[in-house]
Design a binder for this molecule. Structure first.
Ligand code: SF4
Length: 394
């Protein structure tokens, strides 16, 4: 763990912070498993026009949030590393004009190995980005091709080396539970990944999302993914190896050395507020006892038109009452190894957890108490997280 990372360790104090999320919605090609809001354009994107729209929507979000101190910024996508460094610089400067941005807060940007060049990385760093998250996804060329990625292993390793050299903090993503992937092959790949990692890794199981090309292939029986038991074995192997290498899971799919957790993602999972800006971005902004759930238009050009016409691209704005906030807190918080603060949940819901339901989950070993004040999922509870949440929310 480097010295910079240790300063980011934040215990759950009940003050989950305020994040700003920026969504860049373009990719060079669409991966066949992806259901994110990402679009391919065959003409160059008018980046200055997008910058103006980001800044206008930011003003609107600032009006809704009121003055705040930002604790993290995350530029996601899509492929934000297709942005020019000047675009990133203009967006970060806009955030600093809208809210108070203390020096040294975590500023993450996602990048794809295929769009990485040293000069651009240095430009992002000069603009203020201090953490990069690379979409590596696999460490063998056959699987990268199967996943529709534009990079090969050599590109990925080059990007990792550059990121380590230029940014104080870095993470990368891998997708496992691929067709025909044996536990032994995944274990070897994971150990290799850990040897390249600094202090953070995101490890996702391949999921088949409706509306994607993989969904059609899967439905037609042409793409077979590991079944429930195989997935559970792969998941357990992932937990064991990362824990033994000092990078245990702090969330279902995220692993870090202590102190190197993603500050921004912790804000989501600890149910803090965040402003979501850009096409298809979601936000949560507390206003009195309510929380405003915001969502913007997903199509980039329609979003641009809306912002230019109305000053924002919000198409959904829902007030969440306390009971709904309690449900969301449970849903997000139980993803974390630290679990939830029961008093905070009760403050939202106005009640305690149903003792019979909790007792049953405790008896089956799906949840456990941490002292008197916190509840978390056990590793076996994590495998059936949705069911645990549904049970406790009643
Ligand atoms: S690069 Fe990422 S966001 Fe873009 S299509 Fe692939 S998985 Fe989706």
């Amino acid at each position: 763990m480097n010295a910079a990372a240790s300063t980011f360790l934040l215990p759950d104090t009940g003050e989950p912070g305020f994040g700003v999320y920026i969504h860049w919605p373009f990719c060079a090609a669409k991966c066949p498993y992806c259901d994110f809001n990402s679009h391919v354009r065959h003409q160059p994107v008018d980046q200055p026009r997008f910058v103006s729209a980001f800044l206008r929507e930011m003003e609107r979000m600032r009006a809704l949030s009121g003055p705040k101190t930002v604790t993290s910024i995350f530029i996601g996508g899509g492929t934000p590393s297709l942005m020019d460094p000047q675009t990133v610089d203009a967006i970060l400067s806009g955030i600093a004009r809208s809210w108070h941005v203390p020096d040294g807060i975590e500023i993450t940007m996602e990048a794809n190995p295929s769009s990485v060049e040293a000069e651009r990385f240095r430009g992002y760093r000069a603009a203020g980005v201090n953490r990069v998250s690379l979409g590596v996804q696999a460490l063998n060329d056959r699987d990268l091709k199967f996943l529709g990625r534009l990079h090969n292993v050599e590109d990925a390793l080059k990007a990792i080396r550059l990121a380590r050299e230029i940014f104080p903090r870095m993470s990368f993503d891998l997708i496992y539970a691929r067709p025909n992937q044996t536990v032994e092959a995944w274990e070897a790949e994971l150990r290799q990944a850990i040897s390249y990692a600094v202090d953070h890794l995101s490890l996702y199981q391949l999921t088949i999302e409706e509306g994607t090309p993989f969904y059609g292939l899967h439905k037609a029986g042409k793409l077979i993914v590991p079944d429930g038991d195989q997935s559970a074995t792969l998941y357990e192997a992932t937990q064991d190896i990362t824990a033994s290498e000092g990078m245990p899971a702090y969330e279902v799919s995220n692993h870090a050395r202590p102190g190197a957790e993603s500050r921004h993602n912790l804000t989501y999972w600890r149910y803090g507020d965040y402003a979501g800006i850009g096409p298809g971005a979601h936000g949560r902004l507390t206003t009195g006892r309510d929380k405003l759930a915001t969502a913007t238009e997903r199509n980039p050009e329609r979003w641009l038109d809306l912002v230019e016409q109305d000053g924002h691209g919000m198409v959904d704005r829902e007030r969440l009452g306390l009971e709904e906030q309690a449900d969301e807190l449970l849903l997000m918080g139980l993803r974390l190894r630290e679990g939830i603060d029961l008093a905070r949940w009760s403050a939202f819901s106005g009640r305690d957890l149903n003792p019979d339901r909790e007792a049953l989950l405790l008896e089956h070993g799906f949840v456990e108490r941490i002292g008197n004040s916190r509840l978390r999922c056990t590793p076996s509870g994590m495998l059936i997280l949705d069911a645990v949440v549904a049970d406790l929310a009643c």
